[in-house]
Write a protein that binds this ligand. Structure first.
Ligand code: NAD
Length: 358
């Protein structure tokens, strides 16, 4: 195939180049002199670094996430990055330790590291902001107490992002309550376009893929198009109505393959809804590596696009509502999946009202 492509290119009158996907090499061909001119590392055509902010970078998710970003898992294997890591003063020493480890790991794509407790320094010039830091809910605290702490945190971070981030900065809120924190951020950063503020429900989406893969004993990479509707919380609704598995005989519907409505309506849904609590029970800590990996998936698909025929779940802000929807992404923009058979109302609202939720 490559030699055919070479012949085709050599036959043209243009000077052209192409890059072999998943290859660290760029092949240059000069059609005026039809020989392979050079084969060299693509650093010759290096992209400008992208600045990625991770707040709460000294925490568990931060510790798992920053090496993934530095390895190109979030933005691609040829995309240099500069990491901006923010944490609070009591965590400054630990944050500096993370920076030391990043230096020691000698990641080729990592072009710089800022480790700071200054929110303005952290937000300046960032193209992507992953908001992991937040006030944890402690024993005896009401949900409203956590929220009021988060209002002041997200208010100052929103205004720093609004004033100092790069234009068109994409924001992903991970810290819980993720939907509410995203809403606070949106309120206090009114000049950041709503479409640029999202929250993480990709972990729930990936958990749903994992459960179907285990149930059917198929590769998780062959399962697609599950949907997480609603909040990143136990009130979410994981939906496999449109999910499929790629089999040697073509695409098959998940409900038809599972053939167990009872499991799909109860066991599957509650396992996905309660998975976070199950991880805490097992690890005595909340999920970190899966949250970090899902945050990379979220940003990668948003920036680089979803594969043809595949959608993913994202907490997005259509019409002021922070809610998880199935989306496809192209050219750095998400679009909610539409279709005649795709109304959320019959599925979600009866379920939510039957559970007494508004
Ligand atoms: N959306 C999801 O799918 C998902 C999944 C797992 C965890 N989470 C949430 O992600 C958050 C982080 O989890 P973790 O396990 O890394 O917690 P963690 O406690 O290990 O780390 C949180 C870090 O945030 C820092 N921090 C606190 N206030 C800050 C502020 N104002 N500015 C910057 N940093 C600040 C802390 O010092 C700490 O280093 C939690 O809110 C957790 O509930 C979300």
């Amino acid at each position: 195939m490559i030699s055919n492509l070479l012949n085709t290119l050599i036959g043209t009158s243009l000077y052209c180049y192409f890059q072999l996907s998943a290859s660290p090499f760029t092949v240059f061909i000069d059609s005026r002199n039809p020989i392979l001119v050079s084969l060299f590392r693509s650093s010759a055509m290096a992209k400008d670094p992208v600045r990625v902010l991770v707040t709460g970078a000294a925490g568990q998710i931060g510790y798992a996430l920053v090496p993934m970003i530095a390895r190109g898992i979030m933005l691609g294997p040829d995309q240099p990055v500069i990491l901006h890591m923010l944490d609070i003063p009591p965590a400054a020493e630990a944050l500096n330790g993370v920076k030391m480890e990043l230096v020691d790991a000698a990641f080729p794509l990592l072009k710089g590291v800022i480790a700071t407790t200054d929110v303005v320094e952290a937000c300046t010039g960032v193209n992507v902001a992953v908001m992991v830091g937040g006030f944890p809910r402690k024993e005896g605290m009401e949900r409203k107490d956590v929220m009021s702490k988060n209002v002041s945190i997200y208010k100052s971070q929103a205004s720093a992002l609004e004033k100092h981030a790069a234009a068109n900065c994409k924001v992903l809120v991970v810290a819980n309550p993720a939907n509410t924190n995203a809403l606070i951020l949106k309120e206090y950063a009114p000049s950041i376009p709503e479409k640029n503020i999202t929250c993480l429900t990709r972990l729930d989406h990936n958990r749903a893929l994992g459960q179907i893969s285990e149930k059917l004993n198929v590769q998780v990479s062959d399962v697609k198009n599950v949907i997480i509707w609603g909040n990143h919380s136990s009130t979410q609704y994981p939906d496999v109505t449109h999910a499929t598995v790629t089999t040697p005989a073509g695409e098959k519907s998940v409900p038809e393959l599972v053939k167990d409505d009872e499991w799909l309506k109860s066991g599957f849904i509650s396992t996905v809804q309660q998975r976070g609590a199950a991880i805490i029970k097992a690890r005595k800590l909340s999920s970190a590596l899966s949250a970090a990996s899902s945050a990379c998936d979220h940003i990668r698909d948003w920036v680089c696009g979803t594969p043809e025929g595949t959608w993913v779940s994202m907490g997005t802000v259509p019409a002021g509502l922070i809610y998880s929807f199935p989306v496809t992404c192209r050219n750095g923009e998400w679009t909610i999946v539409q279709g005649e058979n795709f109304s959320i109302f019959p599925v979600v609202f009866p379920l939510m009202s039957s559970q007494g939720r508004s």
